[in-house]
Write a protein that binds this ligand. Structure first.
Ligand code: GTP
Ligand code: MG
Length: 201
């Protein structure tokens, strides 16, 4: 296997609440989606190897804008607010939901969606809707089974099965076990990103 991609630099380049604020440099983008508090921001920190670049919190609703992290001056990781959290500010939540949908339908630079789900539990109704949305628009997706550090290996097979069945996962979508706690899956995701970037050139 090729050497693991090195992260030379990464920083938050743009915080967006509307389309006109998105980057215009046309670099490839990777978007994270998932339930609030599932670990999207932690996933970014783990990939780039910085503890606190993306703000995380044990209370849901931490990420409020579309956050474009520029990595190696070559691609963006895009962090978004999570779904399934009844926030106080419903109008804002609705606005961000529509913005994410619009992004998914139209963004040409989008190379892959990382849909993060909680490996410990059955997919929620919102997870199922999101997956169906991605399938409907034929958007390439990789499922990240997060927080696997919290699951004993004796439960792996069962949890896999429950998730596969409930999301009705297509055969050709890959799933990656991940943990921001012990970094499991990090190399696999970085290799995948690298492969997709090469395809772009
Ligand atoms: P929103 O921004 O609210 O949508 O949440 P988020 O999806 O960005 O989640 P965030 O990364 O802020 O993490 C939420 C909580 O889950 C934090 O307390 C993290 O420490 C914890 N967490 C994230 N990933 C993992 C993981 O792989 N394992 C464990 N055990 N905890 C995790
Ligand atoms: Mg977040």
């Amino acid at each position: 296997m090729a050497n693991l991609m090195k992260i030379n630099n990464a920083f938050l380049k743009i915080l967006a609440t509307r389309i006109s604020q998105y980057p215009t440099d046309e670099l490839p983008e990777f978007l994270l989606v998932g339930r609030s508090n599932v670990g999207k921001s932690s996933f970014i920190n783990t990939l780039i190897g910085q503890k606190n670049l993306a703000r995380t919190s044990s209370t849901p609703g931490k990420t409020q804008t579309l956050n474009f992290y520029l990595v190696n001056n070559a691609f963006y990781l895009v962090d978004v607010p999570g779904y399934g959290y009844a926030s106080i500010n419903r109008d804002m939540q609705k606005k961000m939901g529509l913005l994410i949908e619009e992004y998914l339908e139209n963004r040409k630079q989008l190379k892959r969606v990382f849909m993060i789900i909680d490996f410990r539990i059955k997919p929620t109704e919102d997870d199922i809707l999101m997956y169906q949305f991605l399938k409907y628009y034929d958007i390439p997706v990789t499922i990240i089974l997060n927080k696997c550090d919290k699951v004993g290996s004796s439960k792996y097979d069962k949890n896999f099965k429950v998730i596969k069945e409930n999301l009705d996962i297509s055969k050709d979508d890959n799933m990656i076990m991940f943990s921001s706690l012990n970094k499991k899956g990090r190399d696999e995701v970085l290799n995948l990103i690298e492969t997709l970037l090469v395809e772009t050139i």
